[in-house]
Design a protein. Sequence first.
Length: 267
Amino acid sequence: MSGEIAKLLKEKDYFSAKDDLHRIKQVQEFLADRFVFENLDVLLKVEDSITPEFIEEKMLLKRRGGLCYELNALQHLLLKELGLDVHLVSATVATETGWATDRTHVMSLFRKEGKLYLIDSGFGSDLPLQPVELDGPPVTSPAGNFRLQTCETEKGSIVLQSETNSGWNTRYAFFPEKAEWDDLNRIKKEIHTSSKSSFNRELLIARLLPEATLSVNEERLQIKKIEGEGQRILFTTDQEMLKNIKRNFNESIYQAAVQYVQGKEKA
């Protein structure tokens, strides 16, 4: 385990947690606080294979974020290092117009005392921030209420749902079958190259804060607060976008965004 990671977990009192579910929750909170959801490597056409070494260099050393196949790969490595019996699975995301590209989301499952739990640190800013028990009670985070249900669909027998004003909305579906590291590279290739991928078209950076969700694309900064009014700032230039990225994210994210903008200007 990285010395820095061990130090941070110790500061968050991870090692005094009484049970595995509480420990996992603390890891998820730590990951959400430290690593943002961002697609800059897709836009910069970084084609390195997803390996433990790549994840460690990009995220732990360079302090970058990533997409699900990077954020949840880091989560998986960390939970394994901490002695937890988790395995990767792949899911198909549900959109307003139907199912997205088949099995291009990845997360982890954890079994304990006959119960199955979902662990996801890579679904944008829509994070439960704790294990979600299959057919168990809903969980709540700053992003809202979530539940994991047995439900037969064409894309899987289990669905993650979030609560909306009109009821429970399916976010993705999956079969509880183990995925391998090669699946992460399959997903990365699909995200980088598919015409159906939304992540290879324009910049997206998102993070979950204790009191709000924050996201940036090439048109605006949007802050959705749990309580009170949110904020939406429209950009008229790339420089305004970069200014807001610098204000709200760390230096490594900002520098990657600068590289992306410079590449656009040269194209």
